[in-house]
Design a protein around this ligand. Structure first.
Ligand code: ZN
Length: 287
C-alpha cells in the first residue's frame, strides 16, 4: 500500500516536491464551485475536473481517478446540471489520476471521449505506451479503458452549440498531453479560460529527458509546450492538478483572474525540467 501510494504520487503532475506530492490526496473531499460564467470546477480536491455548460449540451474536461466519479457525478447534479447532457469528455493526459474515472463517466453520460492521437491508444487499452516517461511506474497500474473515442488534431476546435474549445497539443509530461482553451462570459465579460495539462518533467528511473530512445523528442516537446502556454491569452488558468496553479488559493482570495498565471506555470515547468536534466546528468550511464 505504501509503495503503491509512492508510485501513484510520482504520477502527480504538480510541481511540488516529492514529499509534498506524496501527501496530496487526489480524492480529498471538495465542494463544486463556479469559476466564471459557464465554467465550473466539479473535481475532487487533488485532481481537476471542469464542466463547461451550454443549452445544447456540456463538455467535461478530465475524469480524475477511478474513485473520482463518486464526487464528480454528485457535484454536477448539485450545480443543477444533468450528467446525461455531457456531450464530450476531453482529457489532459492519459495517466490514471486524470482518466481513471472516464470509462464510468462515459457510461453514465453516453458522451464521446476526445483525445489527441497519441493519447488514444492509451485510453483504448488502459495501459501506458512505452514512450511514457513514467512507463515502468505505470505499467502495472492499468485503468478502465474507454469506449467511443474521437481524436483531435493540434489546434482543432470542438463545438457543442455555442461552445468552442480549442485543443493545444502539450507534449512533455506525456507524449499525448493536451491543453484546452475556450471563452466564458459573465455579466457581458468574456474571459480567456485555459485548462493546462501537467508540464512536470518526471520519469521512471531509466527515462532521460535529455535524450532517450523511448521518446527522443521529450525535452524539445516540453519546451515547445512551455512556450505555447506562456504565449496563450490567459485570464483564468485551471491546471490538471489544482494545486499546481494555486486554484483553491485564488478561490479563497475571491478572484480566479491572474493574467500572469500561464507564464508563471510555464516558468515553473522550465525550472522542473532544469532540475530533471541536472539529476539525469548525475545518473550513471546505461550499461
Ligand atoms: Zn496527475
Amino acid at each position: 500500500m505504501k509503495i503503491k501510494l509512492a508510485l501513484g504520487a510520482a504520477v502527480c503532475a504538480s510541481a511540488l516536491s516529492a514529499g509534498q506530492a506524496a501527501a496530496a490526496d487526489w480524492d480529498a473531499p471538495q465542494q463544486p464551485f463556479k469559476v466564471h460564467g459557464n465554467t465550473y470546477y466539479v473535481g475532487p480536491g487533488g485532481v481537476s475536473a471542469v464542466l463547461v455548460t451550454s443549452p445544447a449540451g456540456h463538455v467535461l474536461i478530465d475524469g480524475g481517478t477511478g474513485k473520482s466519479p463518486q464526487q464528480i457525478v454528485p457535484h454536477i447534479r448539485q450545480l443543477g446540471f444533468k450528467v446525461g447532457d455531457i456531450k464530450y469528455i476531453l482529457i489532459s493526459h492519459a495517466h490514471f489520476d486524470h482518466v481513471g474515472g472516464i470509462a464510468e463517466l462515459q457510461k453514465l453520460s453516453g458522451a464521446t471521449v476526445v483525445a489527441s492521437t497519441l493519447a488514444a491508444p492509451v485510453l483504448k487499452t488502459g495501459k501506458p505506451t512505452a514512450d511514457d516517461p513514467q512507463y515502468a511506474n505505470l505499467v502495472d497500474m492499468p485503468f478502465a479503458p474507454v469506449g467511443t473515442l474521437h481524436t483531435v488534431k493540434d489546434g482543432e476546435v470542438l463545438s457543442v452549440g455555442p461552445l468552442k474549445l480549442t485543443a493545444h497539443y502539450s507534449p512533455g509530461h506525456t507524449p499525448g498531453g493536451t491543453s484546452w482553451t475556450w471563452q466564458s462570459s459573465e455579466n457581458g465579460k468574456a474571459l480567456n479560460m485555459v485548462y493546462a495539462d501537467s508540464v512536470t518533467a518526471y520519469g521512471d528511473d531509466s527515462f532521460r529527458y535529455g535524450g532517450d530512445p523511448r521518446w527522443p523528442g521529450a525535452k524539445a516537446g516540453l519546451e515547445h509546450t512551455l512556450a505555447m502556454l506562456a504565449g496563450l491569452q490567459c485570464d483564468i488558468l485551471i491546471s490538471a492538478h489544482p494545486d499546481a496553479s494555486g486554484l483553491m488559493e485564488r478561490q479563497a482570495k475571491g478572484s480566479f483572474v491572474d493574467t500572469n498565471a500561464c507564464r508563471a506555470y510555464a516558468a515553473k515547468g522550465q525550472e522542473r525540467l532544469a532540475a530533471q536534466l541536472a539529476e539525469e546528468a548525475q545518473r550513471p550511464a546505461k550499461k
